[in-house]
Design a protein around this ligand. Structure first.
Ligand code: M6R
Length: 610
């Protein structure tokens, strides 16, 4: 989704802005732009559709400079992908604005502003921010007051940075619904929608809170809360590695992130899992006493994170004796739902900024949940700051749009949550030991599973000309089949559907023919014989199957079935292990199809609008 970078310094800020935009590319975007204000009061703007490289080339061909600058990568919502719709947007060649989010009442604002004589050069909602601020200045406000006044008129979500040609010593930023972080330098300050953008220039960050407006000068930052009162916000030191954005020799971030999974899962377990169980309070301060009273878990998430919640439901109900519902955040937030007594609301998110998940958490606070926990990968993100308890997945920066290591670390966290809740709800010794032992073996089992790469590469060749595919699983492997289907469709653009294999005869069997590959996940568990019957139903109808199976499940390759043996592992960790071959399959199919693996079309890494 859209990305923002801003800088105010003694030096020329062009390269800082361009580097920041490059580091935000992973979020997904379709155009980019920069506005610069120099010491002589010249405000210039350069915008391009396509990649940040096009913008950088333009800025190098026609050099521009400025000590204050704002830059943006746009993921189109209102108005097509055109240069005119790219940010920054101007008002009267005086005000420049970049904006993430959606101003929902923009049509009314546009009409009002048009009636006041403002012309519009774009189809965006953002241009009304520029004109509204300009209008407030015309009424006699200074820039800071103008922004305070303007934001009162906006409905919807915004993270916005505004500069004024006539006020060249400051940037004004405002946040409501879309994250913004201020970066502190020495004699220079920065602003971004994501700290990744600023890691080359600072490691000291301040996260703005909902409703905050801040004045950022070269040497000072003053934050006002939504009541206009000056407030102090904490400054935190980031420990994200500066080179977290490197591919480390891999062709794509996605492949690097797939291969990092044994290491990041090990990191996720370290210090949290002892020889005989989990350490106290790994879900946050006082977590154990909070979890002690929990009898029901409501999970809310989107996309891949939703699939990890679906998997967790099987674990929590089977092992921890706790009832669990899982819902897509965009559904949960717009319906009246039943709140069970002693319920824990669990949000799951790689980014911690997904708009629907965040809105669901905020809604839940008014609904009577006992407590909220987030399982999240980004420290300091909105979900982490707004939840009662937080479990950091420690997967490190995930750059590929397709989520991989975030998913497997979320599942690792959920197995530990199963242990924590199970402790208070009569989990059997046998199940406890099986999960603890399974978790101890997990990093090395993941390493072993990565050795399937060559076989999966060969198999991927058979998918390249296919347009549709079916993924089948049973029990806790059903969400893994769903995740496999999501991975394939998002990066290879092959239509993929997942079914609980018991559902086959209720409709999807009608689709089976030799043009519809059927991918089956088949660990050796108590549902194996049922799954084998489903496999026979497909075979009888001429389907071609690719079966990821435990050796002891005794599937044999033949002319209708290719079997890929997955290392034997315990039942508790099987969903995590079987995820890897499906990630690799999607990756190599996408390579053969030549798609943009790390930034698939139409998608964004962090979905900060609903
Ligand atoms: O950052 P989140 O985990 O909240 O993101 C939710 C989804 O947008 C995300 O999981 C998406 O489905 C994946 N990028 C797909 O691989």
């Amino acid at each position: 989704m859209c990305g923002i970078v801003g800088a105010i310094a003694e030096r020329n800020v062009v390269e800082i802005l361009l580097e920041g935009l490059k580091r935000l590319e992973y979020r997904g975007y379709d155009s980019a732009g920069v506005a610069l204000l120099d010491g002589e009061g010249n405000l210039t703007r350069t915008r391009r559709t396509g990649k940040v490289k096009e913008l950088a080339d333009a800025l190098h061909t026609h050099p521009s400079k400025g000590n204050i600058g704002i830059a943006h990568t746009r993921w189109a919502t209102h108005g097509g992908v055109t240069e005119a719709n790219a940010h920054p947007h101007f008002s009267s060649d005086r005000i420049a604005v970049v904006h993430n989010g959606i101003i929902e009442n923009y049509q009314r604002l546009r009409s009002e502003l048009a009636a006041k004589g403002y012309g519009f050069d774009s189809d965006t909602d953002t241009e009304s921010i520029a004109h509204q601020v300009h209008y407030e200045l015309d009424q006699g406000a200074d820039l800071l007051q103008a922004v305070h006044n303007a934001v009162k008129k906006f409905e919807g979500a915004y993270g916005t940075v505004i500069i004024d040609k006539n006020d060249p010593e400051r940037m004004i930023v405002a946040r409501s619904g879309s994250p913004l972080v201020i970066g502190f330098g020495i004699g220079e300050n920065f602003i971004a929608s994501d700290q990744m953008a600023l890691l080359p220039v600072t490691r000291r960050f301040m996260y703005l809170e909902e409703g905050d407006v801040a004045e950022v000068t070269r040497t000072n930052v003053t934050v006002y809360d939504q009541d206009g009162q000056i407030v102090q916000r904490d400054i935190v030191e980031s420990d994200i590695e500066h080179d977290a954005g490197d591919k480390a020799g891999y062709r794509h971030y996605m492949l690097k992130e797939i291969h990092e999974q044994p290491t990041v899962v090990r990191n996720c377990l370290q210090g949290r899992l002892g020889e005989h169980g989990i350490s106290p309070n790994i879900f946050g301060q006082d977590a154990d006493s909070i979890l002690d009273n929990i009898k029901h878990v409501q999970i809310v998430a989107c996309g891949t994170s939703y699939h990890s919640g679906m998997t967790a439901k099987y674990w929590l109900e089977q092992y921890a004796n706790v009832s669990c519902n899982v819902e897509i955040a965009s559904e949960f937030r717009y319906r009246k739902s039943f709140v069970h007594p002693n319920s824990l609301l669990v949000t799951i998110s790689q980014s911690g900024e997904t708009a629907d998940t965040l809105a669901a958490l905020r809604l839940a606070k008014s609904l009577g949940y006992s407590s909220s926990l987030t399982i999240c990968n980004v420290p300091g993100s909105s979900l982490v700051r707004e939840s009662d308890l937080a479990f950091m997945t420690l997967a490190g920066a995930e750059i590929g749009v397709a989520s991989t290591k975030a998913f497997t670390t979320q599942l690792t966290g959920f197995l530990m949550l199963t242990l924590a809740l199970g402790k208070h709800n009569g989990m059997s010794e046998t199940d406890h030991k099986a999960i603890v032992d399974g978790l101890h073996s997990l990093p090395s089992k993941l390493e072993e599973t990565l050795s399937l790469t060559q076989g999966i590469k060969d198999l991927a060749e058979e998918f390249a000309d296919k347009h549709h595919s079916l993924f089948l699983g049973r029990g806790d492997q059903y969400p893994i089949a769903m995740e496999g289907a999501l991975k394939l469709k998002e990066i290879s653009y092959i239509h993929a559907e997942a079914y609980a294999s018991g559902e086959l005869k209720h409709g999807p069997l009608a689709l089976i023919d030799d043009e519809m590959p059927v991918i089956v996940v088949a660990p050796n568990n108590e549902l194996l014989e049922k799954l084998k019957s489903n496999v026979e139903e497909v075979r009888a109808r001429g389907g071609i199957m690719y079966v990821f199976a435990d050796k002891e499940a005794h599937f044999q390759s033949d002319n209708t079935m290719r079997v890929i043996n997955v290392p034997h592992c315990s039942a508790a960790i099987a969903p995590i292990i079987y995820t890897l071959p499906l990630q690799l399959l999607s990756y190599y199919v996408a390579i053969i199809k030549g798609t943009d693996v790390d930034q698939p079309r139409n998608l964004a890494k962090s979905v900060t609008v609903e």
